[in-house]
Write a protein that binds this ligand. Structure first.
Ligand SMILES: Cc1ncc(C[n+]2csc(CCOP(=O)(O)OP(=O)(O)O)c2C)c(N)n1
Ligand code: SF4
Length: 258
């Protein structure tokens, strides 16, 4: 269903190449999404997938990973899905640090619903009668927010370089804990000017770091087009504390008798 030239094709290519490089059998991978053009990704893969509810991909994926820890669970979606209606789930997933890889295709617009401003839209971007004069609202900063909330791996990629995106997604999937890959993925239809992004993409000048303050200072100083691994931490992933197998569910309500 994607428009010709949509950036999401490049992200799909990158994700497919990453899964092929990791040699994980398709039946051991689940790709979970919300709603949006970007969230159609599971439909184009031969892995298991779940095309879920707008903004709720992360809690769905968290439940799946805790119930089936042996699966590789990737979450995919857009900036509207992940940072607007799903914004609090994004912060909670970074804090909780369940071993998921979250790939966000950021085109700074709601593509599927025909061009409304998203949390990452520049304040002066005008789109006809929808946002006369622009929103006037400061854009959300996904990478520094991920860092501040506790994400264990933070990277930026570009859909114009599917091979580069694939390498970063491989590293993200291999890294234990919550890994966040922010992909600049132009919307050809509602933001045609984003076609120029590919000329601005360049490798991050600094080496990757495991130091939060250093990563934050790089991110606050960058112009939004540096790609690469920007932070790789060592926080232990969240593990569920399952009840002992011997507990009889029928006895559980005794604890709640008053
Ligand atoms: C609860 C709910 N609210 C709103 C919508 C309408 N809706 C569908 S997709 C979307 C935004 C999609 O934007 P984004 O996640 O950035 O993805 P893109 O289409 O740009 O790839 C919205 C608001 C919905 N489907 N469900
Ligand atoms: S509307 Fe934009 S994001 Fe959606 S498929 Fe078309 S180009 Fe891609």
């Amino acid at each position: 269903m994607w428009c010709p030239g949509c950036g999401h094709y490049g992200v799909l290519a990158g994700l497919t190449k990453a899964l092929a490089a990791l040699e994980v059998p398709p039946e051991e991978v689940a790709v979970i999404s919300g709603i949006g053009c970007s969230s159609r990704v599971p439909a184009y893969l031969s892995t298991y997938g779940f095309h879920g509810i707008h903004g709720r991909a992360l809690p769905l994926a968290t439940g799946l990973k805790l119930a089936r820890p042996e699966l590789t669970v990737v979450v995919a979606g857009g900036d509207g899905d992940g940072f607007s209606i799903g914004g609090n789930h994004f912060i909670s997933a970074c804090r909780r640090n369940v071993d998921l890889t979250y790939v966000v295709m950021d085109n700074q617009v709601y593509g599927m619903t025909k061009g409304q401003a998203s949390p990452t839209t520049d304040p002066d971007w005008e789109f006809g009668k929808l946002t006369p004069g622009g929103t006037g609202i400061n854009p959300f900063q996904p990478l520094v927010s991920a860092l501040a909330s506790g994400a264990n791996f933070v990277a930026r990629a570009s859909s114009s370089d599917p091979n580069g995106a694939a390498k970063l997604i491989v590293e993200a999937i291999r890294h234990p804990g919550f890994s966040f890959v922010h992909v600049l993925s132009p919307c050809r239809t509602f933001r045609p000017e984003q076609h120029e992004w590919k000329k601005r993409i360049q490798p991050a000048p600094e080496e990757e770091t495991g130091d939060l303050a250093t990563a934050a200072s790089h991110l606050f100083g960058d112009h939004g087009f540096y790609v690469g691994i920007l932070y790789r931490g060592e926080r232990a992933p969240f593990e569920s504390k399952r009840p002992p197998e011997t507990v009889d569910p029928a006895t559980l309500d005794q604890d709640f008798e008053i």
